[in-house]
Ligand binder design. Structure first.
Ligand SMILES: Cc1ncc(COP(=O)(O)O)c(C=O)c1O
Length: 406
């Protein structure tokens, strides 16, 4: 094969399909491309820039911290990680301390990797070596938990596993929303190993914006309690006000053992976190887990500013209100058969035969950023600060675009 000429070659690996647009700047809900065209961003980097692009408070915090201290090794303390962990603990408790501890990292996959390791470490400390190993992680088909080898195996989408064998052992999957299937899975895995934890999303974001059926999360909690299995909520996409509550699980009024978050935590600055209730978090002792960058001052400054702003503007209420407006307006668009999701994590289910990817591409050409997580579904996840006017403008663009398809 002839090598491509140097100036036509992409130096970035092709892990994503070629992009149609190059964005160069952003402010609030608006993105600008290389040619100076503006777009309404109703995807937010997939539920990341929840306060809008380049939020002044986050930018100011990053600017100030970048002049004070960027990084120290976790062999030492910094002045921001502990306050951030306390704030996360309070939000997990919906305003009251949840009495847990936090491991800070850099991404969603790392937060889930931490959760999986913590669950295994917990049982390796509490189950005597003479008993059957307790290490299996049960997650749902259609779920998404990350791209590291362990979180990839937890991800219940077989097409994403292709070509990466052997995946780590100790993962099992059940149908999302099917409590009887979970009951069977919790009886023990095929190799005789016992289940350590259930890892589940309150709304399957990548799976097509599929909310947990009513009563499901509560039934999962009860089943985990009955079997002595830990419950891990992956709130990486749903967490931090997106669904109209600080965390998606709060709708079900349950208390998970472990909660993971990332995406919106730094409003675009990379940071993730794994929270666990005290007794579980105590399984990690010095040397069990670690990271070079996790919890470094610059990332913590971004997260502290993001969460402080979210608290001040009552972000969950904004998401709930704007979500109702957006869901109602999208449901009236011709060619949309259903709008599902919670708060500002919405999926517009298109009538059979309409190609969601083609609609998304046409919307982009008309200045609206969306995506299609699965065939037939368009995801809408604008900043939680989105205005009514922006919602009306975006719905107008989508309705115009959909006319050509329905
Ligand atoms: C629910 C969920 N878990 C985990 C991840 C992985 O996060 P990251 O891409 O930051 O590793 C994602 C990313 O889309 C997600 O939506």
């Amino acid at each position: 094969m002839m090598p491509e000429p140097v100036d036509e070659r992409h130096a970035l690996m092709e892990t994503y399909a070629p992009a149609a647009v190059t964005f160069v700047s952003g402010s609030g809900t608006v993105l600008t491309d290389l040619e100076g065209r503006t777009y309404l961003d109703f995807l937010s980097g997939i539920a990341v820039t929840s306060l809008g692009h380049c939020h002044p408070r986050v930018t100011a915090a990053l600017e100030a911290q970048s002049k004070r201290l960027l990084h120290v090794s976790n062999l030492f303390a910094n002045e921001l990680a502990e306050p951030l962990a306390r704030l996360i603990d309070k939000l997990v408790g919906d305003g009251e301390p949840a009495r847990g501890r936090v491991f800070l990292c850099n991404s969603g996959a790392e937060a889930n990797e931490c959760a999986i390791k913590l669950a295994r470490r917990y049982f390796s400390r509490t189950v005597p070596p003479s008993q059957v190993a307790r290490h299996v992680i049960v997650s749902a088909y259609g779920s998404f938990h990350g791209r590291t080898l362990a979180t990839l195996h937890a991800t219940g989408q077989a097409d994403k596993h292709v070509g990466f064998a052997p995946l780590p052992a100790g993962f099992d999957h059940v149908a999302y929303g099917d409590i009887a299937a979970l009951e069977t899975a919790l009886r023990g895995a095929e190799d005789g190993a016992e289940v350590a934890a259930v890892l589940i999303e309150a709304v399957q974001g990548e799976g097509g914006v599929v909310p947990a059926p009513k009563g499901y999360l509560r039934a999962v909690r009860e089943l985990c309690d009955a079997r002595g299995v830990l419950l891990i909520l992956d709130e990486i996409q749903t967490g931090l006000a997106r669904t109209g509550r600080w965390f998606g699980f709060q709708r079900a009024q349950i208390a998970p053992d472990i909660v993971t978050m990332a995406k919106a935590l730094g409003n675009g600055f990379p940071i993730g976190a794994c929270w666990a209730r005290d007794e579980v978090s105590a399984a990690f002792r010095p040397g069990d887990h670690g990271t070079t960058f996790g919890g470094q001052p610059l990332a913590c400054a971004a997260a502290l500013a993001t969460l402080a702003e979210m608290e001040e503007i009552r972000a969950p209420e904004l998401a709930a209100r704007a979500g109702e407006h957006l869901a109602g307006a999208v449901a009236r668009i011709s060619g949309v058969s259903e709008v599902r999701g919670e708060g500002l994590l919405l999926g517009a289910v298109l009538e059979p035969g309409i190609d969601a990817k083609a609609v998304v591409a046409a919307a982009l050409e008309h200045g609206l950023v969306l995506n299609a997580p699965v065939a037939g579904v368009i995801r809408l996840a604008p900043p939680l600060t989105v205005s009514s006017l922006e919602i009306e403008a975006a719905v107008g663009i989508l309705a115009d675009v959909m006319e050509a398809f329905s």
